[in-house]
Ligand binder design. Sequence first.
Ligand code: 6GU
Length: 236
Amino acid sequence: MVSIFPSYLAPLREALLGRAISRGLLELTVHDLRAWTHDVHQAVDDSPYGGGPGMVMRPQVWGDALDDVLAGPPARLVVPTPAGRPFTQALAREFSAEERLVFACGRYEGIDQRVLDDAARRVTVDEVSIGDYVLVGGEVAVLAIVEAVVRLLPGVLGNPRSAAEDSFSDGLLEGPAYTRPEVWRGLAVPDVLRSGNHALIDRWRRDRSLERTHRRRPDLLEALPADALDRADRAL
Ligand code: 6GU
């Protein structure tokens, strides 16, 4: 990844990701964009053509940085921006199958578009957004994207079913989860989960999942393929 705030990306070496790195499941290099600046002020931005507020990141600096970083093994270029297409679990799966990803973190009003147009002559460029709100820069988005991608790599999660069965893998939200004790502050765990009847438990979980998705994310239900719901689902 390339950023003017490399230390913002330090959390990538913590917890699950840190463990994946030390186990050799992935490699991660953070570059300081200012290493490619040309002037004593190490300027990375300039005012926008056409006027308007904010600053745009200059093409020369980014061009040289990406020439160097994209050299070597084939890579896909990911550019976090609120103007990107939505980053989804499906895209996380796609990214997790790539040999190498390069992240270009913009700040200010964005990177001169020609940097991405030029890079697209050589590699696949994805401008992606992590949601409908505006962050100050791409770094926090990169943390989210990398975490979503790395947990899908073989061997990273202790139990591969965690990735196979989590929210979105079937297009629905996960329902509620419970652990011991059976009653806590007067609130009981639903009886069915202690019944030992796994057909009944699966049905109950599926129903809670459908119910929650209907309430919180009706757009996800609309987007399901026609054959995704069976008769029991539709009866709910
Ligand atoms: Cl990917 N970047 C920035 N800067 N802001 C965002 C975003 C990305 N996604 C939502 N807001």
